[in-house]
Design a protein around this ligand. Structure first.
Ligand code: GLN
Length: 559
């Protein structure tokens, strides 16, 4: 069978949920037994989002093979069984880089190198590559129709339809149909204009997904169909949902997958969506009462920066059948607060990955608070590094303990390895992707995973400095996960604590609603345990950290 291609574009405005729509359709098609692949095409000139500030672009998602990619790839992997690779996330920067390198090698034999056909050919080749040996390839085009940047990508997909045949290509366009409270009407004009823009460049959408706060009535669908030149049954409501795992259900109820299969001549039966309905049911009416977990970081104003972490926590909540709420805590503010009341009432504290020294002292305070007050703590990447610094300073008496990332002097319990010292390039030069780890028998980590050999994804430059291993072990720290080849520390935990587990890798990237990550399941379980205990003792006072002078919280080298 020939590969079928589905292109998902967006109009009117960004953040309407194009990535989630692509992921949901992929889930529905996979549910029909089809072999699928997904791809995100981003129109910006960065080679990958690895060098971008999370405030601008949200989280950087890391694949098994170590590519730093767009956060939509996280949705794709969470919603399906696909294992994405570097080739599944491309940017205009990458495409131009390849074409210009070819030009420098003289591969264009003296020809003038142009957007059409050279850039568009390169884009089409990459699309074809991810479609190989698959039944369906779903390709999402980043940005909004009308942007200058996305034009080469749109032109490439327009041509693509002729290259592989109309019967093998389906265009899906996501737009907004706002409800205007003042006139009590659903407005279709933004959708009409967005489709006009698309048709101007030669793309007639086969389906429209209309983001709204209510189900579109037949007359509105009819109007959109008339003005946008498609059948009314292909105008689909993309209704707002209370949690993202409802999206496949919303599309399924309207027969989107059925209609897309019909359009592409795909014969594949649906198995029904009971498993999705079940997780949505657990999320909307869990059996266990509320548990609040705090995420301490510096990008908390844009929670998209912690997308995989917050989703993995939701998966942990599904597995524990509990109601979860998340409190985002600004680590920089925490650094300046005189008391730690922003941490009050939390049943778990998580420090996710982070870079640079801004706000690290606030994170260290939160970690100390969790350790001393026996509040479940989960440290990821920098969350492990800072937990080691905290313990070194406050338990081992290494007052100057720090990381080479934050300071030029001090006791570098976290340091740069030899191979990283010579690195000059910023982009793509960290320890990235999947590495093996061996867990210590009897550790919390080993109990959580239920096995001793694991492999997890990495994205960091600094490592624990093994020179300090014995001192820390003598003070009670347990190094529960080690890289068997390099001897680098992968996991650390503190015993005699309900849950103080940290890892150098990023477990959040491998968690799925149907396959919750064991460390998130264990952490949420411990947090639920504490919240149950607190409910039994309503008057329990949450102790405040002993008052310390400001200088106690500064890294000595920065004074
Ligand atoms: N900044 C730290 C490092 O580079 C941690 C990175 C992270 O948390 N992802 O090692």
């Amino acid at each position: 069978m020939k590969t079928k291609y589905i292109f998902v574009t967006g109009g009117v405005l960004s953040s309407l949920g194009k990535g989630l729509s692509a992921a949901s359709l992929a889930a529905l098609l996979e549910n029909r037994g089809l072999k699928i692949s997904l791809m995100k095409m981003d129109p910006y000139l960065n080679v990958d989002p690895g060098t971008m500030n999370p405030f601008q672009h949200g989280e950087v998602f890391v694949t098994e093979d170590g590519a730093e990619t767009d956060l939509d790839l996280g949705h794709y992997e969470r919603f399906t069984n696909v294992n994405l690779k570097r080739e599944n996330s491309i940017t205009a920067g990458q495409v131009y880089e390849t074409v210009i390198a070819k030009e420098r090698r003289g591969e264009f034999l003296g020809g003038t190198v142009q957007v059409i056909p050279h850039i568009t050919d390169e884009i089409k080749e990459r699309i074809r590559k991810i479609g190989k040996e698959k039944d369906v390839a779903i390709v999402e085009i980043g940005g909004t129709v009308g942007d200058i940047e996305s034009l080469p990508f749109l032109e490439a997909i327009r041509q693509f339809r002729f290259d592989v045949g109309e019967e093998n290509v389906c265009f899906i366009h996501l737009t907004l149909v706002p409800y205007l409270g003042t006139s009590g009407e659903l407005k279709t004009k933004p959708t009409q204009h967005s489709v006009q823009k698309l048709r101007e460049i030669g793309i007639q959408p086969d389906f429209l997904l209309c983001r709204t706060d209510r189900i579109l009535p037949p007359d509105i669908r009819g109007k959109i169909a008339l003005f946008c030149n498609l059948q009314a049954e292909r105008v689909i409501t993309a209704k707002d949902v209370s949690n993202i795992y409802e999206v496949p259900l919303v599309y399924f109820e309207q027969g989107l997958d059925e209609k897309v299969c019909k359009r592409l001549g795909l014969k594949a039966k649906s198995k029904g969506l009971e498993k999705w309905a079940k997780i949505v049911q657990t999320l909307t009416s869990p059996s266990k009462g509320p548990t609040e977990i705090g995420i301490v970081g510096k990008y908390v104003d844009l929670t998209e920066s912690y997308k995989s972490v917050s989703e993995a926590l939701v998966h942990g909540a599904i597995a524990n059948n509990c109601k979860l709420s998340l409190r985002y805590i600004d680590s920089e503010k925490l650094e300046k607060e005189t008391d730690l009341s922003v941490l009050k009432g939390l049943s778990g504290i998580l420090v996710p990955g982070g870079f640079g020294n801004r706000g690290v002292e606030g994170k260290i305070r939160a970690i100390q608070y969790a350790r001393e007050n026996k509040i479940p703590y989960f440290g990821i990447c920098i969350g492990l590094q800072l937990a080691i610094i905290e313990y070194s300073r406050h338990v081992c008496g290494l007052n100057k303990a720090t990381s080479r990332e934050f300071s030029t002097t001090g006791e570098f319990v976290i340091d740069l390895m030899e191979d990283q010292r010579r690195v000059e390039r910023v982009g793509g030069s960290m320890r990235l992707g999947s590495y093996a780890c061996e867990l210590k028998m009897g550790s919390q980590a080993e109990k959580a995973y239920g096995k001793s050999k694991i492999s997890e994804r990495h994205r960091h430059r600094y490592e624990f400095n093994n020179h300090y291993k014995t001192i820390l072990e003598d003070s009670g720290m347990v190094f529960s996960g080690m890289n068997p080849e390099t001897g680098l520390v992968e996991m650390m935990e503190i015993p005699n604590h309900p849950w103080f587990v940290t890892c150098q890798f990023h477990p959040e990237f491998k968690s799925k609603p149907f396959l919750p990550h064991p460390l998130f399941v264990g952490f949420v379980k411990a947090a639920v345990g504490l919240s149950l205990q607190k409910r039994k003792e309503p008057k329990t006072k949450i102790p405040i950290l002993k008052k310390k002078s400001r200088s106690d919280f500064r890294i000595s080298a920065r004074n």
